[in-house]
Design a protein around this ligand. Structure first.
Ligand SMILES: CSCCC(=O)C(=O)COP(=O)(O)O
Ligand SMILES: [Mg+2]
Length: 227
């Protein structure tokens, strides 16, 4: 169990925290990988395509090279902003056609709803684009959960392992960092949030990671108490 006081907002990670890592890596990523080449050719005017060309250092009109580079990034799980934007655009079709719903652990759904209903602000910070975040919670296993959330942050705010990102998020939310509880399965992300003054809680849904001792740790949202 872990108890936190003075919390007025929750900032939560998605992959490995509210949502099974396997849903991201075995459903979402393969879905985007299979469709990336066709999507790039049919959406060459998307700004993220040009941004990817620059980041890949390939010609903006070499669509096959751009697609190959993006697919390589998916295989590397690279958290590159243009890739994340394009993945989000591809996943629209999957959610809207019912190919899949956004996975949430039942304890995560119950915790988010409990905290929302008690007046806490809920925010997301994920490497997945804001669009991808809104899709996952908009088409979740438990229906449309977007009404629960006050805000969404992705890598356009900053990298998840850098304190400046959490400083910017605190400023954007308009609360002192000490009143924000950040939930994640990645210790390096929690370290960065703690350095920015946030309270932190490690979600250990698998093996205990190195550095876990630096943060409060729970196995699920049921074990988190806000006093
Ligand atoms: C919003 S679901 C897709 C999540 C995603 O694409 C991703 O890369 C998650 O990365 P994180 O660093 O937030 O675990
Ligand atoms: Mg995660």
């Amino acid at each position: 169990m872990a108890t936190f006081s003075g919390i007025n907002a929750i900032l939560t990670d998605i992959e490995g925290t509210t949502t099974d890592i396997d849903f991201v890596h075995k459903t979402l990523f393969p879905y985007a990988r299979e469709r990336m080449t066709d999507f790039i050719h049919s959406h060459s005017n998307e700004p993220a395509v040009a941004e990817a060309a620059v980041a890949l250092n390939v010609a903006a009109d070499d669509l096959d090279a751009i697609a190959k580079g993006l697919i390589d990034w998916i295989d590397q799980d690279k958290k590159e902003t243009s890739l994340k934007a394009l993945q989000g655009l591809i996943w629209v079709q999957g959610y809207e056609s019912g190919d899949f719903t956004g996975h949430l652990y039942p304890d995560a759904y119950a915790g988010l709803k409990r905290w929302h209903d008690s007046g806490k602000q809920l925010h997301i910070f994920s490497s997945g684009s804001v669009k991808a975040q809104k899709l996952l919670y908009g088409y979740s296993d438990f229906g449309d959960l977007t009404p629960l959330f006050s805000g969404y942050f992705d890598t356009t705010t900053g990298a998840k392992r850098e304190a400046i990102a959490y400083e910017r998020i605190s400023a954007s939310i308009g609360l002192p960092a000490s009143q924000i509880l950040f939930l994640s399965d990645v210790v390096a992300e929690l370290d960065a949030a703690k350095a920015a003054g946030m309270q932190t809680c490690l979600l250990m849904r698998g093996e205990r990671p190195d550095g876990a001792e630096r943060h409060n740790a729970v196995e699920n949202f049921d074990q988190i108490t806000l006093s």
